[in-house]
Design a protein around this ligand. Structure first.
Ligand code: MG
Ligand code: ZN
Length: 638
């Protein structure tokens, strides 16, 4: 059996462990990776990474949006059926490639991913510290990208990592949950990497509380039961909330006492003393126990009760947290001191991050996912914009249009056209003339799965004329694909607005006629049609997403069972499994053009298609662009 082809993707912020990882990988035995993609995600890249010379190694600049974004850049650049993600602080053993190949060999198509085992070496002769135990939690973590291999087609299908996760936390489990939602299976392999415990500051347990905000995003995307599905431990947040609330109550009581001028004897808060609840508690207890007539006013009595009960609760909770962290550890004075101080800080910090997450992600929704169908504007996008054109002989495809359509058809992705043709309403053209031009477009660019054309004028108040959503919705219905899984590709703002109104994705491919503000407002922008369709199908769409073309990549969904969403399109994706995966391949059977069009069976452009070299639009097409806008106060030329 020939070993499966795989790429290795390693996001890095330049940790020194990366060099050791690459050295180990290069020296290892077994089928080597086709390519090792190191995504250099350092925020300010001034000096190149210090990496071993290796012909299989390629460094790709990262987008600087965290490990999720870096890994997306990596797998999209990979061209193999499998993509193995490694974190830059693991160490693979000498037989890792061989064992990876064994793990992946023979996996059924329904298995989208294989997780490696992680070994965390702990010190011999003493009990592990809190941080060491925390790192060791990786051993049982599900689907950790420390070593996780995915089928590239599965990544395409679900859209890759969600880049709203900015830190190395929960982004891997969240991806796995979407794989499971898509009906795919994930398995554990037998390979193993070593994950040493990194040196960390004594404050690390407090900074790690930022993960509470990421937990909110997972919950928003996958519901309250996500922990159960992801095998994530319940965590201590409820206790943190109670401790923080008790502390707050004590502080409020103490503040009230201070404001009322009530005597608050006790130890002065000198330097080095823990300010806040403990001082307040000491003050309140001191006041209560001094036998003074403390109940001069009801408000003061309430404040004393609050201070004492809140303070005691806070003290008990904090002590419990510290004890729970100290007792399993080495119990050295340094560790105990670290645990005591950080245990004071953790509950309020955890709650603050949780609240931050609730605010930041309050409107978070699942990403739309990659496109199951792509809808094109006609004039200025697929063909050169000849205003009010009724002459089939004037139809000229835009450079790259055929390549983009071929790329989509080769993957079984349905394609459609959504076009405003107000020339009919204006009396410039008959419907028959428009139909003849559309037929010529199909002669030159191959068949479309649906045509949706609006013959109305700006003043007709129809629901189909872009920027209204009618054309997009009709096309989605005709294709049997939910509108939110369609992506519209166009050259002006009305195309983007129609997509938005329909709930579809959109990519702008600007031409000379595209206004700067339209580019600025577009949800996504691509330099040409091929880049646009790749962005659409390999989503999630990102304003800053870059397109890295690869020579050959497997068809999306080529080896995966159909999901529930957008069934007909998914079935088409699956049928594409039988097609050649070359990006330039003609779809077998799909291209059955009208006689005499000369659509080649290989690549490139049809004979007889004269294209202006290099440039999209010829000069002199600045004539009226009546179908630019909807004519509803947008100040357009229509
Ligand atoms: Mg247009
Ligand atoms: Zn209309």
């Amino acid at each position: 059996m020939t070993p499966v082809a795989y790429s290795v993707v390693i996001p890095t912020v330049g940790r020194p462990s990366l060099g050791r990882l690459l050295d180990a990988l290069r020296a290892a035995s077994g089928p080597p990776p086709q390519i090792v993609l190191v995504i250099d995600d350092r925020p300010a890249v001034s000096v190149p990474l210090d990496l071993p010379a290796w012909s299989r190694l390629e460094v790709v600049p990262g987008p600087g949006r965290g490990p999720a974004g870096a890994r997306n850049v990596g797998w999209r650049a990979a061209a193999t059926a499998w993509v193995a993600f490694l974190d830059d602080d693991v160490l693979p053993p000498a037989d890792w490639p061989a064992r990876l190949a064994a793990d992946l060999a023979g996996l059924p198509p329904s298995v989208a991913g294989s997780q490696g085992r992680v070994r965390v070496p702990l010190p011999a002769g003493r009990r592990p510290t809190d941080w060491e135990r925390c790192t060791a939690g990786l051993v049982g973590a599900r689907w950790a990208t420390a070593d996780m291999a995915y089928r590239r087609s599965a990544l395409v299908r679900v859209g890759g990592f969600d880049e709203r996760f900015r830190r190395a936390y929960r982004e891997d489990a969240e991806l796995a949950l979407r794989m499971l939602d898509a009906g795919l299976d994930l398995v554990r392999g037998e390979r193993e990497v070593t994950h040493p415990v990194r040196p960390a500051s004594w404050w690390v347990s407090v900074t790690a509380q930022a993960g509470n905000a990421d937990d909110v995003l997972v919950r928003k995307l996958h519901g309250w039961r996500w922990r159960e599905r992801a095998g994530a431990p319940a965590g201590r947040l409820p206790r943190h909330v109670a401790v923080a609330a008790a502390g707050l109550l004590a502080l409020a009581g103490a503040a009230r006492l201070a404001a009322s001028g009530a005597p608050a004897p006790g130890l002065p808060a000198g330097p080095g003393r823990e300010p806040g609840p403990s001082a307040a508690l000491a003050a309140a207890v001191g006041a209560g126990g001094s036998g003074r007539p403390g109940a001069r006013r009801p408000a003061t009595r309430w404040a004393r009760v609050a201070t004492v009960t809140g303070g005691l609760g806070w003290l008990a909770g904090t002590a419990e947290l510290a004890a729970a962290r100290i007792i399993p550890g080495p119990r050295t004075p340094a560790e105990a001191a670290t645990m005591l101080v950080t245990s004071v800080a953790i509950p309020p910090v955890a709650v603050a991050h949780r609240l931050r997450g609730e605010v930041r992600h309050r409107r978070a929704r699942a990403l739309p996912g990659p496109a199951l169908a792509v809808l094109f504007d006609r004039d200025g996008t697929l063909v050169r914009d000849v205003p009010y054109n009724g002459d089939p002989d004037l139809v000229r495809p835009v450079p790259g249009a055929l390549a983009a359509l071929t790329w989509l058809r080769g993957r079984g992705v349905p394609v459609g056209v959504v076009t405003n043709q107000s020339a009919v309403a204006r009396g410039y053209l008959t419907r028959e003339q428009v139909d003849r031009v559309n037929a010529r477009v199909e002669e030159l660019l191959g068949p479309f799965d649906t045509w949706q054309s609006c013959p109305h004028g700006p003043g007709d108040g129809c629901g189909c004329r872009k920027p209204r959503p009618g054309l997009v919705l009709s096309a989605a219905a005709a294709l049997g694909v939910p509108a939110h899984r369609c992506v519209v590709i166009g050259d002006i703002g009305a195309d983007m607005d129609a997509a938005r109104a329909a709930g579809s994705g959109a990519v702008l491919v600007p031409t000379e006629a595209t206004r700067r503000e339209e580019v600025a407002a577009a949800p996504a922008v691509a330099p040409d049609l091929l880049a646009a369709v790749r962005l659409a199908v390999e989503g999630p769409l990102s304003r800053t997403g870059r397109d890295r073309r690869t020579a050959a990549d497997p068809a999306p969904g080529a080896d995966l069972p159909a999901g529930a969403d957008g069934r007909s399109a998914v079935e088409q994706l699956d049928r594409a499994a039988d097609l050649p995966a070359r990006p330039d391949a003609q779809p077998g059977g799909a291209a059955d053009p009208p006689a005499g069009t000369g659509l080649p069976s290989g690549t490139g452009l049809p004979s007889g298609t004269e294209l202006p070299s290099g440039t999209g639009l010829p000069s002199g097409t600045e004539a009226p662009r009546a179908d630019r806008r909807g004519g509803r106060g947008t100040g357009g030329t229509g």
